[in-house]
Structures are given as C-alpha cells and as structure tokens.
Design a protein around this ligand. Structure first.
Ligand code: PBG
Length: 305
C-alpha cells in the first residue's frame, strides 16, 4: 500500500530485430531470448507482445546490403519499411516505434555520413530526415532518432510537419553515452563501427551536465519524449533529467544490461526474475516513465501473475 514506485507493463517498450528472408527465428548469441526475426515471425512475436499488453515495440532492421551512405535505411522497400507495412497490415492499431540511425546501414558502421574518415554532422541531417519520413510514410507511429547528430530533432520535426505528419511524435535519444554496454547489440544489429569509435558524437560516460544540455536542446528542437541510454549505470542521469525538466522520459536498458542478468542467471548466480524486476523498478524509481527493455515480454508475464 505504501509502495512509492510501480512497475507496470504499460511502461515497457519491446525492442525487436528484423532481418530479410522467410521463416527465420535465430537466437542472438549474446542476448538469449532475443531473436533475428523475418517478417512472418516478427508479426507473430508482435502478436504475442500485444496479447501480453505491452504497449509498443521498437524496431531495428538489418538490411540486405550496406553502402557508404546507408541508402537501405530510407529505401521504399527497405527492411524497416517492409516490416512496418507488414505489422500495420496485421495489427493496424499496434504502436510501432522506429529507430532512426545509419549504423546498421552503412558499410563503415558509423551513425552518419563520412568524409575522409570524419563524420559530417550537418551532411547527415538530411539523410536522417529522409529516413524518418520514409518510416512514417510506411506506417511508423513514432520515430526515435538515435544518431546523436546535433540538430537531428529539429530537421526531423520540420520534415514531418512539412509533409503532413505533424501528429507523429519524436522520442529523442537525447543523452546517449558512448557506452561499452552496447556490445551485444552491435553483434545483434551488425552495426559495430569498422574503424574508430563513436566518441565524437556519443557522450562521455563521465558527464552529467552535458546530458542536461543535450536534453534541453532536444526539447527546444521539438522532442516529445527524451531518453537516457543506457539506464542502469546512468540512474543519476535519469533522476536529474526528470527533476530538471519533468517531461516524458524514456530510459533504454541496453543489450549489455540484459546480457549481464541473463549470463549470471544462467550460471545460477542470481535469480533472473527477481533481479530483472528489481532493475526495472529501479529505473522507474529514478524517474523514467518508459523503459525500453529486452525483458519486456518476460517482465509482462511476471507482472501479470
Ligand atoms: C544505434 C543504436 C545502438 C543501440 C540502439 N540504437 C547502438 C550504438 O549506438 O552503437 C544500442 C542498444 C542496445 O545496446 O541495446 N545507434
């Protein structure tokens, strides 16, 4: 009765990985319980998520080929565009969020356009806007820019508005750290940078004031929901952002956080259910309204019992 924080299935978003092909459901080695899914199996998985009352999924795509510019990210028949159409055909009312980034689509694995090995922030913005618009035109209900390019929220907002998509909200990956907790995801999404790292555009894990500036900028540019990522090692950041801005706040409990719990549980060193629910509750306690988590389905099952 006196519990201060509640974790509900309503708070969860379930991230999924879609691949080309048919009848594919391959477990991602470093993320047991998470899969590469072809369209047919993706729709099945989303039906299950819907039955468990998980309110939304976040979609990541692995394209059939990559190039310098990441052109499959905005192709009309790109993997995400196809997937969103298939989901909307089968489940028109189910909420689909799409990640707007380039790293899965570029041959070099960076989140933007490169010139002589350097990432060009401003030249990347147009491409990000193109990706967001093509996802929304395929049926995406919300876009989540994650490239960490300065000005990405503004140009996406502007582009959506000019194309009659003013109702589509933006969930901005505002405070996204250059974190080593993304390791398993980069294997899952085949998105590791082929050289260098992401430190010129993602944030230094040692900074918190900068996170507040990033959030402030994204809100000014038109973000509807802001995000802190990762979650578990950044609970202080989540807490500060909630206190300073009091806006809808998401936290991404990333692949490495998930993998750690799974690995320890597999060894019998921690109780998976109790640890996972404790972590998710702590992220809520810190101030997150929305949690993106690979535990979404399991958590929904646990919470329903
Ligand atoms: C794309 C992106 C990443 C994640 C979500 N979107 C990887 C990265 O920045 O390298 C990571 C998610 C996770 O680890 O679960 N930029």
């Amino acid at each position: 009765m006196v519990r201060e924080t509640r974790l509900n299935t309503d708070n969860l978003v379930y991230p999924l990985f879609v691949v080309p092909g048919k009848n594919i459901k391959e477990e991602i080695q470093s993320m047991p319980g998470s899969f590469h899914l072809s369209l047919d199996n993706l729709v099945k998985e989303i039906k299950e998520a819907k039955n468990l009352e998980i309110p939304a999924i976040m979609l990541f795509g692995l394209p059939k080929h990559k190039d310098e510019k990441g052109s499959q990210a905005y192709a009309k028949d790109g993997i995400i565009q196809q997937a969103v159409r298939a989901i909307k055909d089968a489940l028109p009312d189910y909420m689909v969020i799409t990640d707007v980034c380039l790293c899965q689509y570029t041959s070099h694995g960076h989140c933007g356009i490169l010139k002589e090995g350097r990432l060009l922030n401003d030249s990347t913005l147009q491409t990000l806007a193109k990706i967001a618009l093509s996802q929304v035109e395929s049926g995406s209900d919300m876009v989540a820019p994650s490239a960490m390019m300065d000005g990405q929220v503004r140009i996406i907002r502007q582009t959506l508005d000019e194309n009659g998509q003013g109702n589509i909200p933006i969930m901005a990956y505002s405070a996204k750290y250059a974190s080593s907790f993304y390791g398993p995801f980069r294997e899952a999404a085949d998105s590791a940078p082929q050289f260098g790292d992401r430190k010129s555009y993602q944030m230094d894990p040692a900074n918190i004031e900068e996170a507040l500036r990033e959030v402030e900028l994204d809100l000014e540019e038109g973000a509807d929901i802001v995000m802190v990522k990762p979650a578990l090692a950044y609970l202080d950041v989540i807490s500060r952002v909630k206190q300073e801005f009091n806006v809808p706040l998401a936290a991404y409990s990333v692949s490495g956080e998930y993998a750690m719990v799974k690995a320890a549980a597999a060894k019998g060193w921690v109780d998976e259910k109790r640890v996972a629910l404790e972590v998710l509750t702590s992220i809520r306690r810190a101030g997150a309204d929305i949690i993106l988590t690979y535990f979404a389905k399991e958590a929904a099952e646990w919470l329903a019992r």
